[in-house]
Design a protein around this ligand. Structure first.
Ligand SMILES: *[C@@H]1O[C@H](CO)[C@@H](O)[C@H](O)[C@H]1NC(C)=O
Ligand SMILES: *[C@@H]1O[C@H](CO)[C@@H](O)[C@H](O)[C@H]1NC(C)=O
Length: 305
């Protein structure tokens, strides 16, 4: 055998023995698992998006169990549901998946991409068990959107249709029940209507009434990291990625999280968390979800270790 062949058989031996060891369980895996929720028009497992992120995490944090959520049965349904499955039902479905997954019972870190960011926040607020430790939101719309200038990928025909529906009547009940993007539609010219009719965002932001457990549960997070994309051409206004939004009555001037009633009244515990340095505000100088592998490794991987 030459040197190369020895190297190869050693490698194979190593590989085979790795395969033969018992699988990791929640008990002996000290590395926290990671749960990923994809964005609109995406799926759990696209090798160019979430599949790539899953692999990157597995490579950079060896031994990590990474669960990229699939909403429904199969990729097609997963993509469709990102437009048409009631978000409250999606959150309930995910809470169920998480509670049944043995690997997650000692807690997990969570990464939400785009709308997956506010959806995972809802999971943290509504489903404290198993415990979410760090929540990382990439371009999430925590105060909703008022505009849908573009959709990612090849979904532009769906996007045009959704835009029509939103303009026609985002707060009408059939649309609220079925159209995901309507459920985080936030019309600053009609704050009252938003508060009373939004079935999802107004609820998790405690606009309809206060659910004490939402605040209590969110405050259990170790870190809540919010990534804002400075050149985002999909999220309007981009301030929403850090909980900012338009001042009521117009769609030009915005307020920051720290200026908001949500913060000043501390309806979600964000002020307490901010003072305790549990909130992290990161920026990327790019368009929606456009970050480099290097940026991810430097800025995000440390939260997963
Ligand atoms: C993890 O623990 C289980 C039982 O608790 C055991 O069967 C398994 O061999 C352990 N795996 C490793 C890699 O240590
Ligand atoms: C508060 O939220 C929890 C979790 O979603 C829910 O089980 C509970 O019924 C809510 N409480 C009220 C008063 O709405």
């Amino acid at each position: 055998m030459d040197v190369q062949a020895v190297g190869l058989s050693l490698l194979l031996l190593h590989f085979t023995s790795a395969l033969q060891t018992q699988p990791w369980t929640a008990q002996n895996n000290t590395q926290l698992p990671v749960v990923i929720w994809h964005g609109m028009g995406d799926s759990c497992c696209n090798p160019l998006s979430m599949g790539f992120i899953k692999k990157l995490v597995e490579e950079k944090v060896p031994g990590t169990y990474v669960l990229s959520l699939e909403i429904g049965n199969g990729i097609t349904e997963d993509v469709e549901n990102s437009f048409f499955m009631n978000v409250n039902d999606q959150v309930e479905l995910v809470c169920n998946i998480l509670s049944k997954d043995k690997m997650l019972q000692n807690g997990y870190n969570a990464m939400g991409f785009s709308q997956g960011g506010q959806f995972l926040r809802a999971v943290a607020q509504r489903c404290p068990s198993p415990a979410m430790k760090n929540l990382i939101s990439f371009g999430g719309q925590h105060q909703g959107v008022y505009g849908l200038p573009r959709c990612p990928g090849e979904s532009s025909h769906i996007c045009n249709w959704i835009r029509k529906m939103l303009n026609w009547g985002a707060y009408s009940s059939p649309i609220q029940e079925h159209l995901v993007q309507a459920e985080y539609w936030h019309d600053p010219l009609n704050e009252e209507l938003y508060r009373s009719k939004s079935v999802f965002l107004a609820d998790i932001n405690q606009e309809k009434g206060i659910n004490g457990s939402y605040k209590e549960n969110l405050m259990k997070l170790n870190k809540f990291v919010m990534v804002k994309f400075l050149k985002d051409s999909m999220v309007v206004p981009v301030d929403s990625e850090w909980f900012g939004f338009y001042n009521a009555g117009q769609a030009k001037v915005t307020y920051t999280l720290q200026e908001s009633d949500l913060y000043l009244e501390d309806r979600l515990g964000l002020k307490v968390m901010d003072n305790a340095k549990k909130l992290e505000f990161l920026t990327v100088d790019g368009d929606h979800l456009q970050f480099s592998e290097e940026w991810f490794i430097t800025n995000i991987i440390p939260y997963l270790k």
